[in-house]
Design a protein around this ligand. Structure first.
Ligand code: IPD
Ligand code: CA
Ligand code: CA
Ligand code: CA
Length: 255
């Protein structure tokens, strides 16, 4: 696809996500309609659905030939097939419900499985992280990031994986300054971009990592399964986003 159309799509994505953030903030103190999905701690609210509907209809109006993969209500298209938008309308729904803080809106765009656009909005700080896989910006500032060695860093982890030492995560964490659990994949990805944590280990669906993987790529980060193989963008998988240059160190612990 030509650069001009990609730039148009990037600006569209930034605007759509910012508008969603304003919408969520304007409804921040509403009484929420909360529904259980697979179990009591897997929740969705009326605002997750409202944001998804808003962005899905905007994509449909503006780019009617494009496809969409989104978290709620079974909006599923295979990411490797054509021009596909990937949407997580509220990432960190539990944080949103309980804390009214530390949640994100995430939108990515892929062409035949290749990431072209990633946008993550940390809603309550108003910080918009966006990029095209070659450069990443925080608002208007181009980011640079050089990963520190693990022994001088904190790592972001999923609590279940940490508790169960999935893949050897507990062992790896002992080689770090400590672990942090932020409760939103999007907030974890932007914490890596801000240099607050060194990497992220979790159990995620495609809409959780689609934007983050694109935003971290310019800094030599890879987003893969724990054994280093490619994520299949088809269902929930244990994954990691880590500096590629430190993979041999990581491999001593993570399998
Ligand atoms: C969840 C969050 C959470 C992660 C879960 C995700 P949601 O996304 O990112 O941090 O541990 O695996 O499902 O459901 O709040 O969009
Ligand atoms: Ca969810
Ligand atoms: Ca999510
Ligand atoms: Ca979500």
């Amino acid at each position: 696809m030509n650069d001009n159309l990609l730039n148009i799509k990037l600006e569209f994505a930034k605007t759509a996500v910012k508008m969603a953030g304003e919408f969520l903030k304007s409804h921040l103190h509403d009484e929420l309609e909360i529904t259980e999905k697979s179990r009591f701690d897997d929740l969705v609210t009326n605002l997750d659905k409202a944001v998804q509907n808003q962005i899905v209809s905007k994509i449909g109006e503006r780019f009617p030939k494009d496809f969409i993969l989104a978290e709620e209500d079974g909006v599923r298209h295979d990411i490797s097939d054509g021009n596909v938008w990937v949407l997580d309308p509220i990432d960190g729904t539990t944080n949103f419900i309980v804390q009214r803080d530390h949640f994100a809106v995430m939108l990515a765009y892929y062409e035949n499985g290749v990431g072209k656009i990633g946008v993550i909005l940390d809603v309550m700080t108003d910080n918009l992280y966006w990029g095209n896989g070659a450069e990443t910006f925080k608002n208007e500032i181009k980011l640079s990031l050089v990963a520190r060695p693990l022994r001088q860093s904190l790592i972001g982890v999923n609590s279940y994986m940490y508790r169960t030492n999935a893949g050897g995560l507990l062992d790896l964490s002992r080689e770090s300054l400590g672990v942090r659990m932020l409760g939103s994949a999007g907030i974890e990805f932007v914490a890596i971009l801000d240099g607050k944590i060194w990497g992220y280990f979790s159990n995620l669906s495609p809409w959780d990592y689609a934007a983050g993987a694109i935003l971290l790529a310019p800094f030599g980060y890879v987003t893969t399964q724990l054994d280093g193989s490619a994520l299949d963008f088809d269902g929930r998988q244990m994954m990691m986003t880590v500096p590629e240059g430190q993979l041999s160190e990581i491999r001593k612990f993570i399998k």
